[in-house]
Design a protein around this ligand. Structure first.
Ligand SMILES: [Zn+2]
Length: 116
């Protein structure tokens, strides 16, 4: 999680909103609302991505003492299959890309992105 990046992004977005307002002096309340909402979503997507990524930093399968998640069906530890990118869709429609450790169950051979 990088708070400096968040602050930079937040400041940039606020500056953009101020500039947009200056360029659109006759904007209606609804237009302002839409514009501000759209820009705040960019910040939300970044904070969400960083926050979700931070919980992935203690990567199972590589960190000793970090127990592997288990298969929900067979209840045996998954085998780590390395990092794969996974794109999740946020509530506001913003997409967030995470690097997650992918695992395979040695018993049923199913593969998962275990939830963390
Ligand atoms: Zn299984």
């Amino acid at each position: 999680m990088d708070e400096h990046t968040w602050l930079r992004t937040g400041t940039a977005i606020l500056t953009e909103i101020k500039e947009w307002r200056r360029a659109h002096p006759t904007a209606t309340f609804v237009e302002m609302e839409d514009e501000i909402h759209r820009r705040m979503m960019e910040l939300e997507a970044q904070v969400l991505q960083d926050a979700a990524q931070a919980s992935e930093s203690q990567e199972w399968g590589q960190t000793p003492g970090q127990p592997a998640p288990t298969c929900p069906t067979c209840v045996v530890p998954l085998q780590a299959r390395g990092q794969h990118q996974r794109t999740l869709q946020g509530n506001g429609g913003q997409s967030v890309t995470l690097n997650r450790t992918y695992g395979t169950c040695p018993t049923c051979q199913r593969s998962f992105f275990p939830p963390r």
